[in-house]
Design a protein around this ligand. Structure first.
Ligand code: ZN
Length: 113
């Protein structure tokens, strides 16, 4: 592996070039051992974003998580599932809103015409 900035050969386990200090592309893989964090996702929320957060954490479709959550809640007599959701709502931190690249906000000029 070679540094993209200075061309110096660097070990494949390096995160930064020892010669020039530039971060090695793909070095993020070295951080994969870091624990994933469970967040509520306000941007994808129907209620509080608990299901969206669980879906992102488990890398599954949020609709499947919602269907499973609703089914589990109904099958357990509503109260346990509702309590679990409220507890998750209280315990899980909120992930900061990050705009999706596909969302384009209309400018005030285009809506006025
Ligand atoms: Zn370098």
């Amino acid at each position: 592996m070679y540094c993209t900035a200075c061309g110096q050969e660097i070990p494949s386990t390096a995160r930064f070039c020892a010669q020039c200090g530039v971060a090695v592309p793909g070095a993020a893989a070295a951080y994969e051992g870091a624990p994933k964090r469970l967040f509520r996702l306000k941007m994808d929320a129907k209620i509080a974003g608990v299901c969206a957060g669980l879906a992102k954490y488990g890398n599954v479709d949020v609709t499947l998580v919602r269907i499973a959550a609703v089914a589990a809640t109904l099958m357990t007599g509503v109260a346990p599932g509702t309590l679990a959701y409220v507890f998750a709502w209280i315990i899980m931190p909120v992930e900061e809103w990050t705009p999706k690249p596909s969302i384009v906000m209309p400018s005030p000029e285009s809506t006025r015409a």
